[in-house]
Design a protein. Structure first.
Length: 194
């Protein structure tokens, strides 16, 4: 007779397989959009390039837009995890804030094409991600203000907005060196007043 262990192991294997197939679908779709443009990607093409049947693909996602939204959510979550790791590393608040702002600015600098951004940035996961990002920066600003390393004459929420709006310009800068200069200028605005 089988014990309860066998079905559990089997379920974990099935879940791992499903996760691998889902990741392959997301990665393949992103590659196809990058190579051929948003309008030239179809469910048939995704299934063929991923190496699965169309029926299987439809079990995972109803259409290309749903795949792209899932890819974007995974992509944004990865960025947020990285920024949270930078926030939580050793060092004073100002150093960690600089690391977070630089990483965020570089993300802005490498953003995806406008055609795709218009589709992906209207989903509610973007608003949640934006709030999470604001919270990461606000927490560091609060900590730095308490230690006297960062200004405390302006509420941290307003300073977080200042940082995010200033660093949005990184998307149009010509080089990573220019992005780093922008981060330096942004940080200068966070120094305590004399």
């Amino acid at each position: 007779m089988y014990t309860g262990v066998v079905p559990r192991l089997w379920n974990e294997t099935i879940e791992a397989h499903r996760a691998a197939v889902r990741d392959a679908i997301l990665d393949t779709t992103a590659e196809l959009v990058t190579e051929h443009g948003l309008l030239s990607v179809s469910m048939s093409r995704i299934a063929e390039k991923t190496g699965i049947g169309r029926a299987t693909l439809y079990k995972y996602f109803p259409d290309v837009e749903a795949i792209l939204l899932a890819w974007h959510e995974r992509h944004v979550s990865g960025h947020l995890e990285h920024l949270a790791e930078l926030r939580d590393q050793a060092g004073d608040a100002r150093q960690r804030l600089e690391a977070v702002l630089e990483a965020y600015a570089l993300i802005q600098h490498k953003r995806h094409a406008t055609e795709l951004a218009a589709l992906l940035h209207r989903d509610e996961h973007v608003a949640r991600a934006q709030q999470h990002l604001t919270d990461i920066i606000r927490d560091l600003l609060t900590e730095g203000a308490q230690t006297g390393d960062l200004r405390n004459d302006i509420p941290p929420e307003e300073l977080a907005d200042y940082c995010l709006h200033a660093l949005a310009a990184a998307g149009s800068l010509p080089s990573e060196a220019a992005v780093r200069r922008l981060v330096t200028v942004t940080l200068a605005g966070l120094r305590p007043p004399h």
